[in-house]
Ligand binder design. Sequence first.
Ligand code: GLC
Length: 788
Amino acid sequence: MLEDTSFAIHPGQKKTLENTTYHDVGNLLNFEETKGVYTFSCDAGYVTLLFYRQDIVRIIMNPFEKPSVKSSVALVKEPEKVNVEVVENEVEIALSTGKLAIKILKTPFRVSIYDGTGTLLVRETVKGMGYKENREVICFKEMSENDHFYGFGEKSGFLDKRGEKMTMWNTDVYAPHNPETDALYESIPYFMTLRNGNAHGIFFDNTFKTTFDLRTETDTFSFHAEGGQLDYYVLAGPTPKAVLEQYTDLTGRAPIPPKWAIGYHQSRYSYETEQEVRELAKTFLEKNIPLDVIYLDIHYMDGYRVFSFDKDRFPTPDKMIKDLKNAGIRIVPIVDPGVKEDPEYKIYQEGIRNDLFCKYIEGNIYFGEVWPGNSAFPDFTTKKAREWWGDKHSFYTDLGIEGIWNDMNEPAVFNETKTMDLKVLHDNEGDPRTHRELHNIYGLMMGEATYEGMKKQLSGKRPFLLTRAGYSGVQRYAAVWTGDNRSFWEHLQMSLPMVMNLGLSGIPFTGPDVGGFAHDSNGELLARWTQVGAFTPYFRNHSAIGFARQEPWSFGVKYEEVIKKYIQLRYQWMPQLYSLFAEANETGTPVVRPLMMGYPNDEHTFNLSDQFMFGDNVIIAPIMTPGTTHRAVYLPEDIWVNYWTDEVLEGGTHHLIQADLEILPIFIKQGTMIAHGEVKQSSDYIDEKLTIHLYTSSEGSSLFTLYEDDGKTFDYEKGAFLRKTIKAEFQQNKLELTIEDEGSYTPTWKHLELKLHNSTENLKVNVNGKEISEKEYDRKVNVVTCIL
Ligand code: GLC
C-alpha cells in the first residue's frame, strides 16, 4: 500500500489545518432567547447555547446558518428546565445557573466558562470558534500548564493524553498498535481535564472525522471536525466521578451484565468444529478450570454467511449448545455486518427485496469485500433495518444463545480506505447523510439493532453483546474489546491505560484479548496477562489463526497452574466485581479506574499507567515485563495492606515489591472491605457462602456497598436487588458495624462471614449495636460468623 512507502511523507500529503485559513466567528452582533435556547449572531457565524442541567451546557456553532439543536444518536437526555440568570453590559454577557457561569465577551465573541465556585474551566483567548475553508469547524481553548487530559476512548499510549493529537475515525487496524497508531476501532470524542485537583469535561458530539490537538501549541488546545456543526457540551465536574456522572447522564449508562458475561471467556479464531468445541469444554471441566463462554469465530458459518451454521463443521449446533449450557458454558457467535452477495441466500434476498442495505444516492447498492467475499451492508441508520436485523437473531436465540460478538462494524472493508465508500448515502430516517458523516456511528447503530433484538428474543433475560466499533453511548449496548493486539509484553502494558481511558470515557465493560491476538504467545506472558485479565472488566483469552494456541494449558503445567489460580481468583472476586458493575450502572463510575480518580491532587497519579484501581479501595500493580519478579509500586496516601501477606505498607511513597510468577501484587486500603465468593466452575453455580474481608484499622470509618441480584434478568430494574451497605467504625479495640439492606432480592448465599485482617487481640465487634458473642467469633482464625 502506498501509505507504507515514502509516499506517506510526500509534501502534497500534508492536508492539515495549519495550511488553511481560519475564519473566526468574529464579533457579536445581537442575541436572542427562545425557551431557554440562546442564539448569538456574529460576523461570521451563529452560536447557540443551552443548558441540559445546572452543570451541563451545550454550545453549538454553525458558520453558515442558525444552529440545529438536533443531537446525534449518542444523546439520551433531553434538556432539563434550568433557571438562568442573564446579566449584560457593554462588554460581555453572563449566563449563570449556580453551578456554571458562562461569560461571553462581545468583541470578539469569546466564551469563558466558570464553575459555581468561580473556578475557570474553559477559556477562549486569541482564537475562539470558527471554520476553515473546506467547511471544517474548529475551536481553540486555553491550555494551562497544570492540565492533564483523559478519556478519548480507545487510544494507544500512556494514560495522560497531554501532548497528543488524536483522530476519531473508526478504523480496523490489524497492525500496528503502537504509540503512534492513532485512530482505532472506537470513536469517543470526549475527554476530561484534570486541573489543580478538579475535573471538568468536554463532549464534542460530531460524528464526522474529528481531531483533538493537544500537541501543536503549548498553551492552547483545539478540536475540529471535517464537517457539520461545532457542537459540544461542557461538564462542570468538579470531581472525575462527577464528570462521568454528567457525561453518562447525556450518553447513557451500561446495563448490569448477566453474571456469565463477567466470567472467564475462551476464544480462538477459530474453534473450527463442533468436536473441537466439545473437546475444549471437556478439557476445562476435567481440569477444573472455570469457564463461562466459548466463542465461535467466523468458521462456524456456511461460507461466512451470517445467521447460518456450516453443517459439516457443526452438524448439531442445537445439541452442542444445550449440552454445553448444561455444563454451565455458553456459546457466543461472531456476527459481522457484511451480508454475502448471493441471490440464493435468504438474508441477502430479504435485504435486497425490502431495501435494507446501504446505497449510493443514485440507488445502486454499495458492495464491499469482507470475509464472505462481495457483500452488502445493512443501513442501520433506519429503524426498519435495525428491527429486521434484530429479529434475525432469533436464529441464535432459538438455539439457546444469549450473547453475540459484533466485529468488523467500523465497518471494515478489505480495500485501500479500509471502509465503505464515503459517498454512500445513509437513509437516516428520511434525513439522508453521507457515510462520511455517519461512519463513526455505524458500529453503534449495529450494536443497538443487535442488543435490542436480542433483548426482545430473550424475553426478560439479559443479553450480552461484545463490539469492536462504537461511538459515544456504545456503553448502553455493549462491552468493548480493544481489537487485534499482539502477544507482545508492550501490548500487555498498553492495555492498562487503554482500559482506564475507556472507563473514563463512560465505557465500563472493556478488556484486551488476553494473551494477545496475533503473534505467538508464551507461558510467562500468558500467565502475567491472565493475572491482569482477572481484574479487567472483560476477561477473554483470544488468539488468531496461524499463531500458537493459548488455552490455559498450552505452555505446560507450571504456567497452567498460575493461569488456573487467577481464573479461579476471578470467580472469588466476582461479588466485588459485580458490585462495581452495579455502581457503573448507577453512576457511570468505571469498574477499573486510574489512581488519578481517587487521588486527583497527587501528581504521582497523573500519568500512572502501569497500575490501576479496582473500585475505590484496591490497587492492582501487575508485572508486565519478562523475567521480572520485582517492581516499584506507588501507593498513594492512606495505609495499604498486601492482599497475599497482610503486610501493612505506608502510603504516599513507592515500594519495591517482590512478585514471583504466581503473584499479582494486590493492595487493599486499610480500614476498608472487599467481598469474596467461592471458586466455581462457572457463574451458573451459586455461592453458598460469602466472605467480607475487613482490613482493620485503629481509627476512622469506611463504607462498603455489596450489590446482588439474580444475575440473569432485568428484574433489578424493578427493585429485585439487594444493596447491603456496611459501615465500619474503628476505635482502639472496638469495631462498630452498621448494616443496612435495601431492595427486595433474597440472595442465594445463606452464610455471610466476616474475616478480620490484622485485628487486635481483644477486639470487640458490635453489629447494629449488639456485641458479637465469643461463640460467633473464632479468634484463632479471626472469623466472625453471623447473619449480617
Ligand atoms: C478480526 C477480529 C478478530 C477475529 C477475526 C476473525 O480480526 O478483530 O477478533 O478473530 O477478525 O473473525
